[in-house]
Design a binder for this molecule. Structure first.
Ligand SMILES: Nc1ncnc2c1ncn2[C@@H]1O[C@H](COP(=O)(O)OP(=O)(O)OP(=O)(O)O)[C@@H](O)[C@H]1O
Length: 249
């Protein structure tokens, strides 16, 4: 089996006496969507914060492409290829979709001496940004200000930005939130293809989306992973049904 792209082992975070994450291990393999589900307060957000670095774990390791990133800051983890979306606020709403992606390409390249570069490299910048927009199906919307894109298109733009930053693994935090049924359907189709660009750790309450998309599911309850398996294994698991799924199964 291939090496995991993202490999989380024995992650723990206590808030006083509360074990918000308790010895959590999750691996994300190339090409897969691994969904993380669990009831409110189970520790999903705490776990995502630990992975992206906004919260430091008490114990445990986080490896991305074979290298430990658990001791790095948020920006450094992003530079190493951890793509956390959706933080819509990170879009420059007055700039075009294209410009937003160009800024990400520049950020990746390190832009301090850009003004010295020949104009031709600007052409490269545009071409690269257009390539990322095409890959998320937004090429025809390239010149629309980001603020005027639909909710779903903003999410696609966030993905294009992550691709421009050479993402190795996506952390998608409730992508379906705020989407209507039609929007969810379109976004589900889009995410299904996105796994080919980079594997996805998906936190999502929308069980239809989870069951449609996930290659594997981990179930978090009271800070502990109580089961990991395929959609069918998880739906059949009596412990999961009792602890969480109930009618959804
Ligand atoms: N900064 C904090 N200080 C103290 N307790 C916290 C803190 N952040 C989270 N908690 C507690 O940790 C537990 C896990 O919360 P968390 O938000 O990670 O759960 P969740 O699975 O993301 O829930 P939801 O599905 O409602 O978003 C909860 O009991 C919560 O009250």
């Amino acid at each position: 089996m291939a090496e995991p792209v993202l490999d989380i082992k024995g992650l723990r975070k206590n808030f006083g006496a509360l074990k918000a994450t308790d010895d959590v291990s999750i691996s994300l393999y190339p090409g897969e969507i691994h969904a993380l589900i669990g009831p409110n307060g189970a520790g999903k957000s705490t776990l995502i914060h630990q992975i992206c670095g906004t919260l430091r774990q008490d114990q445990g390791s986080i490896r991305l492409a074979g290298k430990e990133i658990g001791n790095l800051g948020v920006a450094e983890r992003a530079r190493k290829g951890l793509g956390r979306t959706f933080q819509i606020s990170s879009l420059a709403v007055e700039f075009s979709a294209l410009r937003n992606v160009m800024l990400a390409v520049q950020a990746r390249q390190g832009s301090s001496f850009r003004f010295l570069r020949p104009v031709r490299s600007d052409r490269n910048l545009v071409d690269e940004a257009m390539d990322r927009l095409s890959r998320v199906g937004l090429a025809e919307r390239a010149h629309i200000p980001a603020g005027e894109l639909s909710h779903g298109e903003k999410r696609q733009l966030e993905i294009a930005i992550a691709l421009a930053l050479d993402v190795k693994a996506f952390l998608l935090d409730e992508p379906m939130a705020g989407m209507g049924p039609e929007g969810s359907k379109v976004l589900t189709g889009f995410l299904a293809k996105l796994r080919q660009e980079a594997p996805i750790l998906l936190v999502e309450h929308d069980m239809d989306a989870v069951f449609a998309l996930a290659d594997r599911i981990s179930v978090l309850v009271y800070g502990r992973i109580i089961a990991t398996g395929t959609v069918e294994e998880i739906r059949r698991d009596p412990v999961v049904r009792t602890a969480y799924l109930g009618d959804h199964a």
